[in-house]
Design a protein around this ligand. Structure first.
Ligand code: 5AD
Ligand code: SF4
Length: 421
């Protein structure tokens, strides 16, 4: 979502004739787009602000947008008096005001809903992958999560607006569509005639566009994987056989404390249904270790579920107490040291899963999407249908973006392959 927000902000500034610079000391406008989901991210924002404050030229306008802006509000001005603006995740369409009135201080952290989607220009050129937000906010109240506070309650965008963005992306170079939302599979929009649209309808529409070859969506809440959506994996070949469906913990007791679905059998049933319509589907998850009151035994259950579901690519985090959340006030907070040991053990398991899956791909042929040339300048980087990185010895950036590739080697982090001529 932040990548998307950053792209929209950049498109808006470009439409006003501004150009990008890599040189901080040369910039006239500096915007930090921020994430507040863990404390570490928030701390990074403040250290970056300190760096920017020292490096920027005197006249440069400078501010923060996104979730840290919403969380900090007016305090941000107290901590960094040079800031010109502090705009929450639903207010960055107000940036032009600050450009036109450089002397004002602008604070807006209201949750205004969908306004920003209407007021920002469409991106005129898409990269191969177009991120398209379908909803914003979250109605789930996981006790550790700051998102319902920073992004607000769920609002789904009108079906016709998402359709228009998808069509536009397909006409301006997108090959892959990634539908986005904090709770993307909660997408539900009822139009003026009472027609109800779900994420499955958006997928069906995107699949009709000849330019679009790959469709995916993130991030999904397990119990909102409704049958119509699961069926899409069997019906629409363009939907990639890869799904991020976070479980967070393998302990029903901890899941209850997290206010997450705590019946592991329900989760297993969803995975099995997905596999029955799309046998090659692979799942990834997010995990939190060291949630308040998590015992060694609870943690062992998390290791077990990671092994059982064979997640192929996951994100794991130490629990981080966040303001405005219930869990931050819970008793039995876990020490940093125990969190670190548990994270290391879980990462060991997740890495084994990932390596095993990557190795199982050797010898297979997959249609992959080119992302560009890597940092060494010697290889092309592709994404497989499972979103693995695949490196190819070629720098011919003029080849078509979709290539059939034979996987020749693999390690934990990535694959290597050759283009099949
Ligand atoms: N501490 C640690 N991880 C968190 N996440 C969300 N809130 C917290 C927190 N307070 C993780 C969850 C979520 C991902 C986006 O970030 O795993 O799925
Ligand atoms: Fe946060 Fe995701 Fe839970 Fe919503 S479903 S509260 S975004 S962790």
């Amino acid at each position: 979502m932040n990548v998307y927000d950053g792209q929209r902000i950049a498109a808006m500034l470009k439409a006003r004739g501004m150009v990008e610079t890599d040189d901080l000391s040369d910039a006239d406008l500096i915007i930090l787009n921020t994430c507040a989901v863990r404390e570490k991210a928030t701390n990074k924002v403040y250290s970056a602000l300190g760096r920017i404050r020292r490096a920027k030229k005197e006249s440069a306008l400078f501010g923060i947008v996104g979730c840290v802006a919403r969380e900090s509000g007016g305090d941000a001005f107290k901590r960094i008096p040079e800031l010109n603006f502090v705009l929450g995740p639903q207010s960055y369409h107000r940036l032009p005001e600050i450009i036109d009135n450089p002397d004002i201080k602008l604070l807006n952290i209201d949750l205004t809903g969908l306004e920003k989607f209407d007021e920002l220009p469409q991106m005129t050129t898409s990269p191969n992958v177009a991120y398209i937000p379908v909803q914003e906010g979250c109605n789930h109240c996981c006790t550790y999560c700051i998102v319902p506070y920073t992004r607000g309650r769920e609002i789904s965008r009108p079906f016709k607006d998402v359709v228009a963005d998808t069509l536009n992306a397909s006409k301006t170079g997108a090959i892959e569509i990634c539908f986005l939302g904090q709770n993307v599979n909660g997408y539900k929009y009822t139009d003026e005639n009472g027609n109800v649209y779900r994420l499955s309808d958006l997928i069906k529409y995107a699949a009709t566009l000849p330019e679009i070859h790959r469709i995916r969506f993130t991030s999904s809440y397990p119990t909102e994987m409704t049958d119509d959506l699961i069926e899409m994996f069997g019906m629409e070949e363009k939907l990639l056989p890869f799904l991020n469906m976070p479980i967070q913990s393998g302990s029903p007791r901890v899941l209850k404390l997290m206010n997450r679905p705590d019946d592991l059998d329900t989760y297993r049933t969803i995975v099995n249904k997905l596999k029955s319509v799309r046998p090659d589907i692979q799942i990834s998850s997010d995990f939190i270790v060291g949630f308040p009151d998590e015992t060694d035994d609870d943690f062992e259950q998390t290791l077990n579920i990671a092994k059982e579901i064979k997640y192929i690519n996951s994100y794991s985090f130490k629990y981080s107490p966040r303001p405005h959340t219930v869990a931050a006030l819970m008793k039995n907070q876990i020490s940093e040291q125990i969190k670190s040991v548990r994270l290391q053990r879980l990462d060991g398991q997740l890495n084994d899963n990932q390596r095993e899956f990557n190795m199982s791909c050797i010898g297979k042929e997959m249609v992959c999407l080119c992302e560009g040339i890597d940092k060494t300048g010697k290889h092309l980087v592709f994404r497989t249908p499972y979103m693995q990185q695949c490196i190819v010895e070629s720098v011919d950036a003029n080849i078509a973006s979709l290539q059939k590739i034979k996987i020749t080697d693999a390690n934990k982090a990535s694959l290597r392959g050759e283009i099949i001529k």
